[in-house]
Ligand binder design. Structure first.
Ligand SMILES: [Zn+2]
Length: 82
């Protein structure tokens, strides 16, 4: 099931963790809670092909304002710094 046995960055051990990924599309931002493989050594997150497809679908919905089935969770802010 795991697409990776070892971390491709550092060779560390991989475990499955519930993580939050921020997805941006158009002016919208969504926080997606999803299972990902995470390196125990360097913290690198490895997403499966299926997970990346889910991210792309969510990004497309955000870009097209198809946000009716997403639950609102606070506002998002953009902070510009030099
Ligand atoms: Zn690693």
């Amino acid at each position: 099931m795991l697409p990776f046995n070892k971390c491709p960055v550092c060779g560390g051990e991989i475990t499955v963790k519930r993580v939050e990924k921020i997805i941006k599309g158009g002016n919208h931002t969504a926080t997606v809670a999803i299972n990902a493989e995470v390196c125990l050594h360097c913290g690198e997150r490895l997403y499966s092909k299926e997970t990346i497809e889910i991210f792309e679908q969510i990004r497309a919905k955000l870009e097209n304002n198809q946000v009716n089935d997403f639950r609102e969770a606070g506002k998002s802010y953009l902070v510009q710094t030099s």
